[in-house]
Ligand binder design. Sequence first.
Ligand code: GDP
Ligand code: MG
Length: 293
Amino acid sequence: MSRAGIVTVVGKPNAGKSTLLNRIVGEKLAIVSEKPQSTRDRIVGIRTTDDAQMVVLDTPGLLNPRYELHRAMRTTALRALADADVIVYLADATERTPVPLGEAADLDSPPRAPVVTVLNKVDAIRPAERLELREALPDARFVSALTGEGVDELLAELEAALPEGPFLYPEDEISTAPVRFFVAELVRETALEQLDEELPYSVACEVEEFREGQTPLYIRTVLYVERESQKRILIGAGGQRIREIGRIARRKIEQFVGTNVYLDLWVKVLPNWRKSDRALRRFGYRLHDDPSA
Ligand code: GDP
Ligand code: MG
């Protein structure tokens, strides 16, 4: 009998989520062709082996203490926790011992799914620190997303924690066609990196046009911000910042789609989009009263 289920990853910025996810899904990063599940908008990858399928969900921003999360974003992240069959709570071993997830995420009640606390970056700590952490957190898993240490063992444990059942996404239904969502995420991520988190939740990204069947692939994306002043920040002096965002995002997209890309990148102001239900839905956020949730 195969196993299949949802693995939700939660961690503070810089804990190594992206690095670990790359290891987990790697080239197996898959895109789902339709929207068969309400969880689709937070799927960051699907790992399918002979007998197990892990659908990996992300919880962006949930543990970022620097920003008050927008309600809809928090709802989306909490839903990803609620949907999980197993939760990976990723922490940086080089930082102080992590507080329990419930506390870190300010949860009203503990999540239903088992939480596996994973200490990442163990390649960067001394043996003595390792021992201390082991004593403080006897159930934690020690990994290095960078070197791969402990990752296979972690994967085996996660797979074993998934319920028995058929794959959630038949392999032939996982296509590379609708890459729009991921492209939008890559552009948004790049913008946030370049902004040093200056306006994190004011930035949304939408792919307006995606012309396949030609090389380079033509992709027009729009970064939406809420105010003119934010638009100026995003564009930067003489357009320097937006050019840099475009250059880096294009490389990421090319790596992702495996072909040359012409990225046509625009910045527009959509006043107060974060307060508009329509805009939030359009950008893929889940609302409290969303009947499709
Ligand atoms: P995210 O913000 O949680 O997605 O974290 P990233 O995956 O972007 O990683 C943040 C930083 O930590 C990057 O500079 C990574 O190279 C580094 N990093 C991630 N995993 C490891 C690890 O296992 N060991 C070490 N030494 N560095 C790591
Ligand atoms: Mg990341």
